[in-house]
Structure formats: C-alpha cells, structure tokens
Design a protein around this ligand. Sequence first.
Ligand code: ADP
Length: 492
Amino acid sequence: MATNENLQTPRVSVAFIGSECYPFVKTGGLGDVMYALPRALTKQNCDVKVILPRYHIIAQKYQEKMIYKGSFSMNLCADGREYYVGIMEMEMDGVVYDFIDNDDFFSWGNPYTDLVTDIPKYCYFDKAALAALNFLDWIPDIIHCHDWQAGLIPVYLRTVFAGTPVGRAKSMITIHNLRFQGIYNIPTIRYWSNLPGWVFEYGMLKHGWEDANMFKGGLTFADSITTVSNTYAGEIQTEFYGEGLDAHLRYHAGKLHGIVNGIDVDIWNSRTDKLLAENYSEKDVLKKKKANKKALQERLGLEVDDGKILIGLVSRLTNQKGLDLVSSIFPELIDGNTQVVILGTGDAQYEDAFRYYENVNKGTVSAYIAYDESLAHLIYAGADALLVPSLFEPCGLTQLIAMRYGTIPIVRETGGLKDTVLPYNEYTDTGNGFTFDRYEAGLLLDAIIRAKTVYFTERDRWNEIVVRDMEKDVSWDQSASQYRDLYLQLRG
Ligand code: ADP
C-alpha cells in the first residue's frame, strides 16, 4: 500500500526494458529483479511499465492473458529491411507488461542461444521497445534498461530517436552482470542496428580493434548507471572485476551508483510458502525447520537424520560461482556429520564432478542437476547452511533468500555477498553468516569448519544467528526508494 507520505511526493513514470522477467521467463537474478523492483516501485508512487520480448516459451497461461494493443512496421537494418512489431499487453498487480511480438526473433529456442542469433534479436528488441513507447504515446520520465541485451537503448535514444517524443526521457542502465556484454564485429552490429557510424568510435561502442560492444554503448550514452551492490560498483572499476571495461567505468564513475538488490518477500515467505513441508516464522523456526530438513532428505534419498548439518548450494554451475573451490574441497567436506545438496545446471565439468561426488557418497550427497523452482524452495527451508563462494557476485540473491528462511549463508566477501552478509563475530555475537576473503579453497574450507563448529558445539549461538537472519530486512523497500530518489534527480 502506498502511504500518504509517498503520495505527497511527485509521481514518476518508468519503463523497464530487459530480456527476462519472472514469472514469464527467468534464467537468473535479472528475472527476479525485473519482477520485484517494478512491484516495489508501484508502492512508492511510481507508474511502471515493463517491456519484454514475447518469447514463444512463455507459458500458455500468460500468453492467453495478453491483449493485442496494436502493431506497426519498423525499419531496422542498414539496407532498410522492415520488420513487424506487435504489442501484446497484460497487467499484473499494478504493473503493466508490454510484450514485443515478432516471430522472426522470438518464436523458437531459449531466450539466449548464441551471439549470432542474439545480436540481431536484441538490436531489434531495443529499437522496437522505443518505437513501441512512441506508438503507445506513453512517454515515461525514465527509461530503465537492464544488462547488455538492452544496451543499445540509451544509444538509440540519443541518436535515431532523439527528435521523437520518447527522446525526452532520461535513461538509466543497470549492470546485473558485467561478464556478458554483447560483443561482435562492428559491421554486423552496425548493419543490424543501423546506428550512425560515429557511435562506433572509441569511447563509445568500439571495443578493441574491430569489435562493437552493446553494453559499452549503453554505459556511454545512459544518463545514469547503476549496479546491484556498492561493493560491485567499486570492484568493476578494477582490472580483476572490470571485464575489460574498468577504465571505461572509471571514466563514467561520476554517474555510477551501487544499489543493493532485495527479494520479493511475498514469494519468499516461509510463513506462507506452499512449496514447504511446514511453514514457519522466526518464532517457531527452531522447531519447524526440522520438518523441512526431513522432507528434503526424504525427497533426495539422503539419510534422514536431524543430527547432521545439511549444506545446500543453489546455483548456475559456472566458474563465476566458485565451484572450483567447492569441488576441490569436497572430499574434506564429507566427514560423517555432514550432508550436501547441490541444485543447479551449467558447465559439464561441474555437473560431472558433482554427479561423481554423489555416486561415491550415496545417502550423504545429492547432486540434482536441473533447474527446479520447487526443490529450490525446499532447499532454502530445509538446509542448515547455504554455500555461495563466488569468484565474483554482483549482488547474489540466494544468500538473501537463505537468510529469510533461517538458513545461514557461507559466502566469499565479494560484491553483494560482502554488502549483505555481515561476518559472524563470536565476541560481540553479531553477524549473519560465515565468510572468507581471498579466492582460495583452504579459506572456504576454513569458513565451513567455523560454521560447523558453531553448529555442533554452540547450538544456542547458531540458533541466534538463524533468528537474526530471519529478522533482517532483505525486502525491496529501501532499495526501491533509492532508485526512486535517483529517478527524481535524473528527471530534474
Ligand atoms: P545469477 O543471477 O548469477 O544466476 P542470483 O543469485 O542473482 O544469481 O540469482 C539466482 C536465482 O536463480 C535465485 O532466485 C535462485 O534461487 C535461482 N536458481 C539458480 N539456479 C537454480 C536452479 N537450478 N533451480 C531453481 N532455481 C535456481
């Protein structure tokens, strides 16, 4: 509910543009943010429209709710090829979703396939999204773009669309993950985007000797850049984390801000979550979490034993996520008192390593190689601790969800993990989890051993952390109001 105080402040209109959004299509944290942040903003006197591709893989139950709002033809490529742009609309909880419809680009496969397909797809999407705003005559104060797939929007806004109504809007681009940038040779991106030649110069889209970089273009032309935690905002200006754009980001540091992500506390709510064996709050977590642990052990064929510490990991299985560290200490993890549950899909080397560890530790280790929302919920509720030892982590949502479910995170101090998980301090009895700093397997093992020591020898203290974590504010409220303040500053 909007409070009176909020209603007295000016209303701001924002168009969110990005490539995925829960519940329509989600491959990672971007999908969560595209869902939860607009909802949080509508509670703070913002008008929000979310513009997405109408992928064929969006479930039928949502496709059926979409209403045709109109269509037009748009020239895209350098040779003037025309493409159909359809606009399908639906509303959900005060947020309007407009889906850009075009079978040439969105009718097959996953949202992301390979750059040969994705570069034309998102050139089309970026231009069509702006053209759709003009077509609908809905000119927002702010156009808020997300990741490289929406990278050309700030560029289009200040070039091809500069003299059109939508050109009045200010633009913000959010870096959810700098690793992916949409880099391809200049002639291809120039052909598909039909942007003027001068934007392919150094300091703008040009990357290296002969490539163009869509994300870099967005960072250059956007009026404001945000990223999803304060620490990551600093890290990406260094060579190690900068993915080749650190100098560019240092140059644009004046318009770069870090705002930490939250989670949707209605979806991630242990009191009401229907996917749990038993619901609980911070008042009865110590009793009722056990039922979820038992259900998880049963579901995965682990030995049903409340006396073991159950450590979970829910993650894309890629090298970003610190899995080299996990697989190298795996043998030392298994000590007769520990169970490990891994849920994820990704690179074959990690999938195979974890399958192997499951095979040699039947009943103690489960490697569930899949994307499975319902199992994820049960792991967050049933595990005692959750591992997030990432090499880099812009924000990370799994540690936030874990804390909300009274599951203690064990994390590396990087990016948003550092900003959201305060290290446990046994002397002051403060902190939310167990942390380590350098990317070294021995340090991860040490953090796990510290966690196990508290779990097995000082259970009262462990339980205090559980309750403290559940009480921590991981909602979007504060961060949404920071975004709102930035929107107001930008609008001027
Ligand atoms: P990233 O965006 O880098 O993948 P985040 O921590 O920001 O990482 O977000 C991950 C999101 O995806 C969380 O909501 C997490 O629960 C979910 N997730 C990751 N892997 C799986 C999986 N195998 N099954 C179900 N949910 C998953």
